[in-house]
Write a protein that binds this ligand. Sequence first.
Ligand code: HEM
Length: 159
Amino acid sequence: MGQEEAKGHHSQRNDQTNQLARIFNDSYERVMHGPGRSSGEFYVAFYDLLTATSDEAASKFKNTDMAAQVRMLQSSVTVLLNFFVTSCQDEYLGQLAERHGKRGVDISPELYEVWLECLIETVRQFDSKFNDDVATAWRVVFSKGIEFMTSRYEGSLEK
Ligand code: HEM
């Protein structure tokens, strides 16, 4: 027994992960390249909502070049999706966590909750096929990265 059972569980989990990744990818495609949309529009709307929702978030971005920020967030989505699917934490993710930690721009774990809620709300507005499964897919993909980043808030233990 044992082994077969373990294998069964394992591939079941992979199937679920892949399905969520697929739902996420399809939704991401729609929010970025939906009819009449330019690809930066989604992120601009997200940051507008985030900074309107939270004064603390707004104050963190007060000296930020938002066009550059949008480009960087765009590329980090690929990294987070990869982390979600493979659980492999690459160097970039460690650097990103450090940048957001206490010794960096100092983003407290609570801010990530606001951040994620604003992200889901923006997806709801931009994705014509938005539903509970789409919301769940975005939530789980980003939660995994957020979990990692907030676990490093106080500073990496290896240092
Ligand atoms: C999973 C969640 C997040 C991701 C993927 C993400 C991604 C990024 C990326 C890619 C950068 C640019 C890093 C660089 O300079 O190379 C960045 C910077 C930054 N992020 Fe985040 N971020 C996340 C959460 C947050 C949250 C919750 C806040 C606060 C509300 C925040 C505030 C900032 C600030 C203030 C900077 C620096 C901007 C500057 O250079 O002026 N981030 N983030």
